[in-house]
Design a binder for this molecule. Sequence first.
Ligand code: SIN
Ligand code: FE2
Length: 216
Amino acid sequence: MLDLFADEQPWQEPLAPGAVVLRRFALAHVDALLRGIADVVSQSPLRHMVTPGGYTMSVAMTNCGRLGWTTDQNGYLYAPQDPETQRPWPEMPQAFVRLCHAASTAAGYPDFRPDACLINRYAPGAKLSLHQDKDEPDLRAPIVSVSLGLPAIFQFGGLKRNAPLQRLMLEHGDIVVWGGESRLFYHGIAPLKPGYHPVTGECRYNLTFRQASKGE
Ligand code: SIN
Ligand code: FE2
């Protein structure tokens, strides 16, 4: 595919202690990432998960890697099998592994070894309310979050839900990495504005890499 964006040079913007935005860092990897998404989705389809409270999430999700983030009546969990297909989640594509390693290294977390990658697809109006990523047993590992397609407003707060929020636009190819002091900071995505992106069409994808098992 002709990539109109691939020649933009990446740059970094500090976000909070332990957190940085790697602007356009994923641009050179976009074609391989999209092939990876298509491959994963063909094995474990995107679906709208239902929260333990009975709310159907507006973001469509699937996973790849040894563990996948999912919901059941009791709460949120990481599971080795896709509850829809009753099979293991698809393997993490090599392009995902390579990009995540390059990004975590650039952000100061060279030892990060993700075993879970959540794939989020946002259609217009889809949002992710303010939350903490706290279902992982080892909080020494950071979060690496890759944005593709339509831009979205990312809200990044603090350790308490009512802390002041930074609002930043995440665009095609941007990566946010947060760990250390900001590992448990509240964050969310405002409702996606309708639009058309030449690479993804009328949606935004997000890949969130995590270490979901206990480290040594
Ligand atoms: C998340 O918080 O899990 C996803 C954030 C995003 O879509 O950028
Ligand atoms: Fe999150």
